[in-house]
Unconditional design. Sequence first.
Length: 395
Amino acid sequence: MKQIPAFYFDRDALARLCEQKGESFRSAQPFQHCVFDDFLPQDVFDLLVREFPGPHDIDWQLHGPGRTQWARDKNIAKLGTSDETKFGDFTRHFMGQLNSGIFLSFLEKLCGTRGIIPDASYNHCGMHSTGPGGRLMMHTDVNRHPLGNQMHQYLNLIVYLNPGWKEEYGGHLELWDDKRQPVHRFLPAANRAVLFNAGTRSLHGHPHPLTCPPDRRRNSLAVYYYLRDRPASEDYQGMQKFVHWVPATQEDHDFGRERMQKGLGIVQQIAGRVIHVPLPLIPFDVPEVFIDQKNQTAPLYFLKDADWSDREAFGQRNLGAMIMNQGKSAAEFFASHRPIALLGVQDARDVATKSYLTCLLDQQGEMFVVRGPTACDLFWVGFLDEILSSIIATN
């Protein structure tokens, strides 16, 4: 049997780290996070670096930059693997320690949250590697637990394995606020770990192409942690079933507008029609009154222009609290958000008489739902083109 070095987290050392970082994690903005420099003993870090595979050493999965188009080149694109048999021997042992009882107890004390659950399969985490010119769009995370929508993703931990990484190489992990403005930029420096709350407003990524030398890559280990129950809060609006990619570069914006125009072409063809959407495609809990229990679908009526030609009346009937909360007139609100569909409407004749949820489209092709006329928040549901592709394929 092959012998590998042993490493175990020290309970007392973690308790001291918790004392140093706990309050700053819980109060951090734009969402909970903290940074651990010199996270590991140097010999442990060095061994993890030596074991980390190159782009052609193992069978990586191509992850890419996110929603925008990209060259499927292993030397550039973000790569990843969750298959622990592809990890080096010591790396496999070390990743197990990030899921150990001692480390989970540390996370619970640091965050002030009980019941944190690991994922021993490293689903969509594990090892990540990005080459020169590669990037990762700003985003909030889909729920990725292998049991599906039964666990709520709660924490992301990233350990960077990049000795001698320089500022000019880029690849900074950026954290943005809910107004899509950058607040923090963290260099993926050697032996640095970043922990953050993976809520529905936790925008993160490294959106600009790496400018490192050809022989360097941005390498990291990542582990995700979950909760069985997670109440809705300012940070968490409910389980997210799709990745929410947010544009940061001109390429992102151009791509979004191009895809939106394609989607709008389809909408013109189905305006005035009802599409029955399978519940698994709807990324929030649909009110029982809207559900066809036999087929487990909900009706989605695509608006004709005439259905909302009276902007003021439509806004008061459907979006009064939302528009008032944003301090805008109906005209100002509809300049940036176009009503496109009504969830819960079986027939055009229902529009004036029944309750329903209003779906809005913004200028980037993102769809949001307003959950009733008294709701004050927009709930992100996906991109128009991707939503249409999914629901039309099932009808």
